[in-house]
Design a protein. Structure first.
Length: 159
């Protein structure tokens, strides 16, 4: 009966409604206050069990927190990969002299193309500037770009 009382108390918007449901469905008269007390007591016990399980899990060493299935063996090697967003890689069809030409320093008197003034990617912000979600960033305030007509925003780094 305790299980039914707790179920009615926890699955209704009010304990009085749980009491009414018990009267109709289980044909048992249980005051709303009794439904409230029992539901809260059992809920507190379940919270304490959960907190104890979390504490026991966090107390385990990191390597033992997730048990492998019995038929699997742990790998001997772990791989950590990076984004590589600005990484330049020579493709297989490029010849060595073409790849060198792509990364070569411009001749004297010429300048390398300037970096764009707008940083459109969230992860490409300078490391010294706190990164924010795009919806929280300030709107671009600079003058419209002559080529695109879109307002620009430059990133300033004090380091």
């Amino acid at each position: 009966m305790l299980k039914k009382i707790v179920y009615a108390g926890s699955n209704n918007p009010a304990f009085k409604r749980g009491s009414q449901d018990l009267l109709v469905l289980a044909e048992v008269t249980v005051p709303a206050k009794q439904v409230e007390r029992l539901t809260e007591r059992i809920g507190k016990e379940r919270q304490d069990e959960r907190d104890a399980a979390v504490a026991a899990y966090l107390a385990r060493p990191l390597t033992q927190r997730e048990d492998l299935p019995p038929d699997k063996t742990p790998p001997q090697l772990a791989v950590v990969e990076m984004d590589g967003g600005r990484l330049q890689i020579r493709t297989a069809k490029d010849k060595p002299d073409e790849a060198a030409a792509k990364t070569a320093v411009p001749p004297e008197g010429q300048t390398a193309p300037a970096a764009p003034a707008v940083v459109p990617q969230w992860s490409a912000l300078p490391a010294c500037q706190p990164q924010q979600h795009p919806s929280q960033r300030a709107r671009p305030t600079g003058p419209p770009s002559p080529s695109t007509g879109v307002k620009t925003r430059s990133a300033v780094c004090s380091k």
